[in-house]
Ligand binder design. Sequence first.
Ligand code: NAP
Length: 244
Amino acid sequence: MAKTVLVTGASRGIGREIALLFAENGYSVAINYHKSINQAVALKEKINAFGGIAELFQADVGNYDEVKIMVDNIHKTFGFIDTLVNNAGISEQLLFTDIFPDKWAKMINTNLTSVYNCCHRVLPEMIRNHKGCIINIASMWGETGGSCEVHYSTAKAGIIGLTKALAKEVGLSNIRVNCVSPGVIMTDMMSAFDEQTIAQLKDETPLYRMGTPQDIANTVLFLADDKSSFITGQIIGVNGGIYI
Ligand code: NAP
């Protein structure tokens, strides 16, 4: 039977590419999206067109009740979720003094509490089945700290801590928890940066190019595969060497 993956925030960018690659590799894909229904439908159609299996599951992953309903529906549709990819996220550039409580709460909720929400709903079945794989998408800013992105950096650093602690707790249940920490990846998220800033980031990158969503998807697929069965609790930088 095909394995199932849940990819959060799969309507666009990195999540879309992860969903596509897993479908190409025989997984049944639960595509989570929040607002971009047209892109999500187009992705499902693309996967179905090559004979792949995918279904759409709308939910704000920052909302525990919505995640509970989503995960219950995925269990009904596909059965066991073998791999959970916590990818959904937002970013924002603001001076720390301009991050008021509403913006702080939204960032932490969407980028960090969402990871707790999804892990908390998916893990009980994984523990019962004594297998499973969780891959969280952090960011190099969670490792280095990003000026004018304190709330984003904090949320991503939290994902790194969650990954390490959870890996220790569920290893005995044969569940692996890892984290991919991207550098600069060309998606809608980078549209907030002007050309000059992007050129500067490229200059600072030893491999002298921007990352692509495929770079991240390839690493996520490897971490889901049995080929990485002795890897857990790790933070894998996929960043062209911009942070070593
Ligand atoms: P993106 O192109 O802006 O896509 C973001 C995705 O997250 C969309 O599919 C969006 O869904 C979804 N999303 C946002 N809020 C959500 C919510 N509350 N519930 C469910 N889905 C939600 O971003 P990206 O560049 O692909 O980023 C993906 C992940 O990689 C994020 O966690 C990001 O922090 C991380 N990352 C990106 C970079 C980079 O340079 N691009 C670098 C480091 C880390 P809808 O459109 O359907 O609302």
